[in-house]
Design a protein around this ligand. Structure first.
Ligand SMILES: [Zn+2]
Length: 134
């Protein structure tokens, strides 16, 4: 697992700088649909890809924060029970603040990796490293 993370990190570092510059960062608004007693976040994959984060990581965060169970179904996240869209948007923003935006420079050009069981957020823009408690 660590080796795989290393590889991802290296791949990132080899990308040309311009890729990250002036990329306007907008999180897509959550689009939800009620289906029986479930709430379906229909653009879940778009959001995870915009944030450049592992789908499972975002999914687990949302389930924990919303206090419900769920599963990924293709590009959608299916959540048990009814969750308000406003709340889902707020949780996605919270996730972005915690796991995507660099505390030092405020840019989203970060990557996550595990080191000795601790999640480290590394910023590709300014080089800051931050350990996140999970
Ligand atoms: Zn930074």
């Amino acid at each position: 697992m660590d080796d795989y993370d290393e590889m991802l990190d290296d791949a990132h570092e080899n990308m040309p700088e311009e890729v990250f510059e002036e990329a306007r960062f907008e999180i897509p608004e959550a689009e939800t649909r009620k289906e029986g007693n479930k709430t379906i976040l229909t653009n879940f994959a778009d959001i995870a890809e915009t944030l450049n984060r592992d789908h499972d990581h975002l999914s687990k965060f949302l389930q924990g924060q919303l206090g419900t169970a769920g599963h990924i179904d293709g590009k959608q996240l299916v959540l048990q029970g009814k969750s308000r869209r406003g709340l889902i948007n707020a949780k996605i923003e919270q996730y972005t603040d915690t796991y995507v935006i660099c505390d030092e420079c405020g840019r989203p050009d970060t990557s996550l990796r595990k080191e000795k069981g601790v999640t480290i957020m590394k910023c590709e823009a300014c080089g800051a490293r931050d350990s996140l408690d999970e």
